[in-house]
Write a protein that binds this ligand. Structure first.
Ligand code: NAD
Length: 329
């Protein structure tokens, strides 16, 4: 394969247009064209970014090595199946599918056809998170809030599968221990499914994550706080700010410490808290995510979020959602 990936975008709605316009500008992508079941939308976007329109997925697949699937979640399984069966690599927007069974089916199919599945858990590429990549994050307790004003887009799935799944994927990337117990509840306000949800996940290693997600909020919020023995980290994914508080032994009255504890450690030094605000690069998370996908197709990188990771996040999301439904009965 040449150093450029021939790629197409299936579904050019709210998010798909951004996939297409990035792919038109990334040097190892050759954006061959787009397909959308809404011909007016396909026409509008093909003109906007100067690319071809294909009349069906099958015709598009004859011209590409890989695709981005940015269609509504309930269609992911069938669209991805069609692409994988033709031997094409697939980037599937989150959540991977609507059911774990469908995700497992696609993973098996991708193995059989020797193609990559990457899943669009974009927060993994958020520059505020990447700014912390030098830290050993192993949290005992995580608190996350993700809120957004109501929009009808995305309501084809409950809030747990639309918004909370971003945080579930992040939490599973930080805590490498099986889930032991889940408590959850939720409320329907604007739709017939769950619009506000809270979940507390207990892991086998004792770590706990508390997640709140709402799609009926006045303002947007996307914040995580993580606590461990000597480290407290906060990330504001929207503002692109991360903050680090490290506890370590230091001489009393160290002028750089923001807090001093009377506690003296085994090293004879006073426990003190030091604050850092790492520099966050101004990078575009979607562009970084697509570059990772293209490099994975070219064999030079591994997908940051593969089909298995996408399935794991979905599995926990569905368990949370089932717990909420139990509470409704
Ligand atoms: P959207 O409704 O704005 O766009 C979907 C597009 O797909 C529409 O243009 C529609 O005509 C087209 N379409 C529908 N069925 C199709 C099919 N079978 N084949 C081809 N085209 C089809 O939705 P959206 O907000 O762009 O969301 C799309 C996907 O992206 C969803 O899975 C959603 O969860 C995900 N998403 C992810 C993020 C993120 O942060 N990673 C953000 C928004 C949406």
């Amino acid at each position: 394969m040449s150093k450029q990936v021939n790629i197409g975008v299936i579904g050019v709605g709210h998010l798909g247009v951004h996939h297409a316009s990035h792919l038109a500008n990334i040097k190892n992508a050759n954006l061959v064209g787009v397909f959308d079941t809404n011909p007016q939308r396909a026409e509008e976007i093909s003109k906007k970014i100067n690319t071809s329109i294909f009349q069906s997925v099958d015709i598009l697949l004859e011209n590409v090595d890989a695709v981005s699937i940015v269609t509504p979640t309930p269609t992911h399984r069938d669209v991805a199946e069609q692409c994988i069966k033709k031997g094409k690599h697939v980037f599937i927007e989150k959540p991977i599918t609507s059911s774990v069974k469908d995700a497992e089916y696609l993973i098996e199919l991708s193995k059989k056809h020797n193609v990559i599945i990457q899943v669009g858990h974009i927060e993994r590429f958020n520059p505020a998170l990447l700014a912390l990549s030098n830290l050993e994050i192993d949290p005992k307790y995580i608190e996350v809030h993700r809120m957004a004003p109501f929009m009808s887009r995305g309501t084809d799935v409950p809030v747990v599968l639309d918004l909370m799944i971003h945080d579930i994927d992040l939490i599973l990337s930080f805590i490498s221990s099986p889930v032991k117990e889940i408590y959850a509840n939720g409320i329907s306000i604007m739709t017939n499914s769950v619009d506000i949800a809270n979940a507390r996940i207990k892991f086998e290693n004792g770590s706990i994550a508390n997640i709140t997600s709402s799609r009926v909020a006045k303002d947007r919020v996307r914040k995580i706080k993580m606590f461990q023995q000597d480290l407290y980290v906060t990330i504001d994914f929207l503002a692109g700010i991360s903050e680090v508080y490290k506890a370590m032994g230091a001489s009393q009255n160290d002028p750089d410490a923001i807090m001093s504890a009377p506690l003296v450690g085994k090293d004879g030094k006073h426990r003190q808290i030091f604050y850092e605000k790492p520099k966050v690069k101004k990078t575009d998370a979607l562009k970084a995510e697509l570059k990772n996908y293209l490099n994975a197709v070219l064999g030079t990188e591994k997908p940051m979020v593969d089909g298995f990771a996408g399935k794991q996040a979905l599995d926990v999301a569905i368990k949370i959602h089932d717990k909420i439904l139990e509470g409704f009965r």
